[in-house]
Design a binder for this molecule. Structure first.
Ligand SMILES: Cc1cc2nc3c(=O)[nH]c(=O)nc-3n(C[C@H](O)[C@H](O)[C@H](O)COP(=O)(O)OP(=O)(O)OC[C@H]3O[C@@H](n4cnc5c(N)ncnc54)[C@H](O)[C@@H]3O)c2cc1C
Length: 317
């Protein structure tokens, strides 16, 4: 018997979809992931302080938040499997889902909630200061006490990098935008915003050679891409804004995606380019990339899947 709905991914989007699907009596199966595209529980498993998820006035540890979502999904009857999805076959119906344990599942509806992985600088010292001064999300972490009234750096030259730098000017005393080229990739309006902002200084033709510090990050060693010269920059925080990779390799181009690889969905909907297949959370969202927006679209995906199953009379009575 095919499943009613399989949810792929166990971050806030997948877990919220599971809670809604389980409460709608769809008896969902959630494939949590194992190694592909991050870790079970998703990106929040790598952070200690989530201060903007509603319902936690004193903030909440990322792992605790995800453990609570998982328990809530389970309590309502979601079945969970800790394995990766290696392939799906959307050519026929029911859809096929193949896992890293060589299981083949069949499902009438699918919810893709596999997130997007932040690109990180491939420098040895980077891992040592991750979450200790290095972050990939200014909206998430910019307001933390360790960054307040301190000099900060953003790495990148696209719209996101300028957005992150502008956001950080609310907290930091100064924000350096470190870019490896002599011109920004960002749109004209964003470039103007960065160049004219009194708190932003752009450091052109520079890459990070090394992250330095003791317990926490205290600075960067920068390499000039033209001359090779190394300089030091004292900063208390560094935000990498060098892009995200949506975790869609297992789909092998069976669903439409935009130029950057984010799955495309119909306006005001999580409906993908294939009927009965829904995409929610960061895998389809290059704009907000927040836990609460991921959870919101997870809710939408489960409701849309349920309505579609009903409309098509695919539910057992
Ligand atoms: C360090 C850090 C701190 C952050 N802090 C905050 C914050 O304070 N507040 C906030 O709102 N947001 C924060 N974010 C952003 C937030 O974590 C994301 O927006 C959110 O987790 C997206 O949820 P998601 O469910 O779409 O994807 P994810 O959380 O990325 O989850 C994706 C899931 O898919 C699974 N997966 C991937 N590929 C496969 C596969 N092939 N098969 C099976 N499973 C797969 C993964 O294992 C994972 O479970 C932070 C992000 C990071 C990296």
């Amino acid at each position: 018997m095919p499943e009613n709905v399989i949810i792929i991914g166990s971050g806030p989007a997948g877990m919220t979809a599971a809670i809604y699907a389980a409460r709608a009596n769809l008896n969902p199966l959630l494939i949590e992931g194992f190694q592909a595209g991050g870790m079970p529980g998703g990106q929040l498993m790598t952070t200690s302080a989530v201060e903007n998820f509603p319902g936690f006035p004193d903030g909440v540890d990322g792992q605790e938040l995800m453990a609570r979502m998982r328990k809530q999904a389970e309590n309502h009857g979601t079945r969970l499997k800790m394995e990766d999805v290696t392939a799906v076959d959307l050519a026929g119906h029911p859809y096929k889902v193949i896992s890293s344990n060589n299981e083949t599942y069949e499902s009438k509806a699918l919810i893709i909630a596999t997130g997007a992985t932040a690109r990180r600088l491939p420098i040895d010292s980077e891992a040592a200061f991750w979450n200790k001064g290095i972050s990939a999300c200014a909206v998430c972490d910019g307001g933390l006490p360790i960054f307040r009234n301190k000099e900060l750096a953003v790495i990148g030259g696209g719209d996101s990098a300028v957005e992150e730098a502008t956001h950080l000017t609310q907290f930091g005393s100064k924000v350096y935008l470190v870019h490896r080229r002599g011109t920004l990739r960002a749109s004209k309006i964003m470039q103007k915003r960065a160049v004219e902002h009194p708190k932003i200084e752009i450091l052109w033709n520079k890459t990070v050679a090394e992250f330095v510090g003791a317990e926490v990050l205290s600075g960067l060693k920068l390499k000039d891409t033209q001359t090779g010269e190394i300089s030091k920059l004292a900063v208390a925080g560094c935000f990498e804004a060098i892009g995200h990779i949506p975790n869609t390799a297992f789909l092998k181009n069976q669903l439409e995606a935009d130029e950057a690889g984010y799955l495309t969905t119909k306006a005001d909907s999580t409906q993908s380019s294939k009927e009965g297949v829904y995409a929610c959370g960061d895998v389809q969202d290059s704009k907000y990339r927040q836990a609460v927006s991921a959870a919101g679209t997870g809710c939408m995906a489960a409701i849309e899947a349920e309505r579609w199953l009903q409309e098509k009379d695919l539910l057992d009575h």
